[in-house]
Design a protein around this ligand. Sequence first.
Ligand code: A3P
Length: 343
Amino acid sequence: MAELMRLSGNDDTDAGAGVARPQAACVGLCAALDLTGQTPCCGPLLLALVLLLLLQAQLLVCLHELRDTLDLVTSATPSGPSNASTLQRLPGAIIIGVRKGGTRALLEMLNLHPDVEVAKTEIHYFNLDENFRKGLDWYRSQMPITLPGQLTVEKTPGYFTAPPAPRRIWAMNPAVKLLLIIRDPAERLVSDYTQVLHNRIQQNKPYQPLDELLLSQGHINPKYKALQRSFYYQHLARWLELFPREQIHIVDGEALIRNPFPELQKAETFLELPPQIKPDNFYFNVTKGFYCMLSAGHDKCLDESKGRPHAPLSNEAFQKLCRYLRVPNQIFFRMVGQRFDWC
Ligand code: A3P
């Protein structure tokens, strides 16, 4: 049999060439067996050989087809690591702020959508020069792997207040969708201070009470950084110089806390996603005091840094803060064409 195969030239994978050779192969075989011209032997042998070669040709065609099919299946499989269809893509939507507005909750809740993949950590690419210098390929390499048609979402609340961020994001993609989650800027300031305080305590660094930072000789201190971050209209003005208003979706942070589903529905519409997030993706966790998420049997609450008790601030200072923010808030409401129930 080995001799038969060798003579039929089976190293040639071209099926057509395999079919054209039986005659020569048989003559060669008869010669090898010293039977050339002896018809009684060569007749049935020739027939058997032809059949064998036809079978071999058929087998080769089948093998070709099988290999092509396997190639096709492999290139369409979503999870293959060397797959060209699964890629890290630049974000189609960015949550730009505000710091302590509920940005993590919004990101995690959007991630419930099957067509959304999110960058797990804050990238700080457009606000920090040392990251921006690393270039767009570095930024892309920080993104999650997505399938074609999936939306990549990143959140870095520091973008909202960083002067170069709007211009840099616009240069990356002027059509990128922007989400801005806001909350009462006075509450936001206290939450902002609480986070800084927490970090300083953890690092054994000294800290000042909030009243001291916020008030200077009994008046609101406009130089206090956390206060400046609460002047929403000033920051938004920079974004509106480049992006049309309808490209920035405002999410009401307080409404998201009270009942996440309606805010998520609006966000789905803005992001042009098919409605997939359902009311039963959320349940109120009494222990946490906030809504948590449910998806495919998994239960997820945000960590303890979200929704922690706020640092103390005297009622007098808080009232001064509310009065101080009244005009900036009015300007912001006019800018966005929407009012919010803030202090
Ligand atoms: P507080 O810690 O002041 O309560 P960010 O993610 O931008 O840092 O925002 C943190 C804020 O998200 C928290 O502020 C909390 O109020 C708010 N938040 C909104 N929805 C939440 C949720 N489901 N679980 C926990 N915190 C939530």
